[in-house]
Design a protein around this ligand. Structure first.
Ligand SMILES: C=C(O[C@@H]1C=C(C(=O)O)C=C[C@H]1O)C(=O)O
Length: 361
């Protein structure tokens, strides 16, 4: 055996020894998590505890593994530990291969059971009826803005927001026959948000193709996979393989840092994690200075606002509701004081929930 072969053998023995230790530790961890599970009632998943674990390990990490890998691996470890007791079930927009599914996996890990819904309209109802533990819904995109149908439903649902997910969105042009020239594509299918996010690329490269909005990107991929027409779909990587499609153009989104923010909804009230956000919907009177009065308490209490979005109220013509994200948990005193003041200056307030900010990877 030459010197290199000997070194390879020794290093592989070292790795085998480390793997044995990791395996034993993982099983010890699953058992400890299981014992905690027996002390709980209801859903075992605790978003604030998971966020604290990920923040702590990311900060404690001295490398050489990057923080993103540490977060990814421990997310999966927690997902597997939870599934050993009982996997969480999560409703998301489907069919298989959607960005919503990618958001579920990014937040809950691969052990989460996914329930794919045909339209965004069904998702809250499924969790409200206890058919799944949670729902993950898209609320805003960095290129296309708010997802209106979800904002409207958030006002009506009794569910609580208990987590957020930031997902980088990269679009691919998917076709059944990889040799099909782009100039021969007659129709391109996708969700309207995604068609909007790729608007400039489509003008430049597929000017002849009709753009057809459908309920989701993966539904677009499914349609194209089932047809022998010269059609294309715009969707993410996950949607290619299940429908027998090939990516003939990659990263066709107009903005390279295109990101969608999702919220997790469930029956669970997330406890403070130390790094939280609170989302609310506020209706104000249509009078001069109403918004100013609404926002003044924030400045006075030093509470930052990370989002302010207006949307027409469906009850009165030309009245608006505002979607506001504040930094902090509603149980923190200064946030509670701000909420009190906002209540005084508005027609109605609905606190959608407080939840840990996404742990970036
Ligand atoms: C073990 C617990 O339950 C679940 C599993 C966790 C884990 O694997 O570390 C963390 C939070 C919960 O989702 C706990 O609450 O501590």
């Amino acid at each position: 055996m030459d010197d290199t072969a000997q070194r390879l053998k020794t290093l592989r023995q070292t790795i085998d020894g480390i793997d044995d230790q990791i395996l034993s530790l993982l099983n010890q961890r699953a058992q400890a998590a299981g014992q905690i599970g027996h002390l709980k009632t209801g859903v075992l998943y605790r978003p604030e505890r998971e966020a604290q674990i990920l923040h702590r390990l990311k900060e404690a990490n001295s490398g050489p593994l990057p923080g993103a890998s540490v977060v990814f691996l421990f997310r999966e470890i927690m997902s597997a530990c939870l599934a050993y007791e009982r996997p969480v079930s999560v409703a998301c927009l489907g069919p298989q291969g959607s960005f919503s599914e990618a958001a579920v996996v990014r937040h809950f890990g691969h052990a989460a059971q996914r329930r794919h819904c045909d339209s965004l309209g069904d998702i809250f109802r499924i969790v409200e009826a206890n058919e799944t533990d949670f729902a993950v819904v898209p609320v805003e995109n960095s290129t296309e803005g708010a997802v209106g149908i979800i904002l409207d439903q958030m006002v009506d649902t009794p569910l609580q927001a208990c987590g957020e997910v930031m997902l980088p969105i990269h679009h691919q042009l998917l076709v059944r026959d990889a040799s099909l020239p782009l100039s021969e594509i007659t129709q391109v299918y996708s969700h309207s948000q995604s068609l909007g996010q790729c608007h400039h690329w489509l003008d430049a490269h597929l000017p002849q193709a009709r753009r057809i909005p459908v309920t989701s990107n993966s539904e677009a991929a499914r349609l194209v996979g089932n047809s022998s027409e010269a059609w294309a779909a715009i969707a993410g990587d996950l949607a290619a393989e299940p429908y027998g499609l090939y990516a003939v153009a990659r990263h066709i989104e107009d903005q390279v840092d295109n990101t969608t923010r999702f919220l997790v909804f469930g029956h669970l009230v997330a406890q403070p994690s130390g790094k939280d956000k609170t989302s609310l919907v506020v209706g104000v009177e249509n009078r001069p200075g109403a918004i100013h009065a609404l926002l003044t308490p924030l400045a006075e209490e030093g509470v930052s606002m990370s989002r302010l979005e207006s949307r027409p109220a469906r009850t009165h013509l030309w009245s608006y509701v505002f979607y506001i994200d504040l930094e902090g948990h509603q149980s923190e005193e200064r946030v509670a004081r701000v909420l009190q003041e906002i209540k005084k200056n508005s027609i109605f307030v609905k606190v959608l929930g407080s939840y840990p900010v996404t742990v970036s990877i």
